[in-house]
Design a protein around this ligand. Structure first.
Ligand SMILES: [Ca+2]
Ligand SMILES: [Ca+2]
Length: 81
């Protein structure tokens, strides 16, 4: 692994994704990159930073204990924002 992920590699992880899922994944990929250096590929650091960000948001919408619980995770992936 080169340490970076391209959009094609990212989408290849979910070959059966629906159009809707593909659109969401493309958005997520763009956000990951934009929170970093915006060079069109996602580095490991950008990927990890985004993961931390997602956990933080989920916890902020939950009980603020610094961890993402199962319930907070489910809320975060089903949220319609
Ligand atoms: Ca990048
Ligand atoms: Ca929590």
């Amino acid at each position: 692994m080169s340490g970076t992920i391209t959009i094609d590699e990212y989408l290849a992880d979910s070959p059966d994704a629906t159009d809707d899922e593909v659109r969401r994944m493309k958005n997520r990929f763009a956000v990951m990159d934009r929170r970093g250096d915006g060079n069109g590929v996602v580095s490991q650091a950008e990927f990890i930073n985004f993961g931390k960000f997602v956990i933080e948001i989920a916890d902020q919408n939950g009980d603020h204990d610094g961890r993402m619980s199962r319930e907070e995770f489910v809320d975060s992936v089903t949220a319609t924002k």
